[in-house]
Write a protein that binds this ligand. Sequence first.
Ligand SMILES: [Zn+2]
Ligand SMILES: [Zn+2]
Length: 255
Amino acid sequence: MLFDTHVHLNVSHFDDDREEVLQRAKDAGVEKMVIVGFDHETIPKAIEMAEKYDYMYAAVGWHPVDAIDMTDKELEWLEKLSSHPKVVALGEMGLDYHWDKSPKNIQIEVFRKQIQLAKKVNLPIIIHNREATEDIIQVLQEEKAEEVGGIMHCYNDSVDYVDACLAMNFYISLGGPVTFKNATLPKEVAKYVPDDRLLIETDCPFLAPHPNRGKRNEPAYVKLVAEKIAELREQSYEEISTKTTENAKRFFGIK
Ligand SMILES: [Zn+2]
Ligand SMILES: [Zn+2]
């Protein structure tokens, strides 16, 4: 059994064959997934799908790339949605310094507001990080994010930062890059993270694992991620799939 902790089946890439994609996930042993909404279009779609499928849960947040578009209205909307029975986390939120649509100071402000909201409604958070690890850790520490805990989604930085994340009650989620031939950092991280803090994800439709790199990603491929992690940790596939599923259920409060 596998738990894909980060999917975007709520985007148009899946409009033509969503049901087939879900069937392939089931066939691959994907028992549960969290569908992540990050803007005006994908948030309602995440809720709609979580209501439709009992094995699907939703996370809602405002993406840092679009931080400049978030007003009090969106924040109130997120607060309202946070009490939905299938909403298990707030996010993705965080910092993305790769794109320059939203200035850093605005990204940080929007990030802080969402952490504060998570603490108010008592939900854990899912962190999107691109080229911003040190600022993310600093903001999480300053906002005392350890009170709710969270996930570093698709963690792709040095193992040196992992301890700081673990100290704040964070889990480390690995995706497709751990399977990439030239990727050294996520492989080191895969070997380092303790058994009870490791999660797996696809982040589909993005970041498809080897040998599907460059193609559209889908939840069935989370199996490739689990297999690679098992190989790197010298543990069995069963052990990794069981552990990461248990961890995800505990983290999201899913029975
Ligand atoms: Zn992300
Ligand atoms: Zn994502």
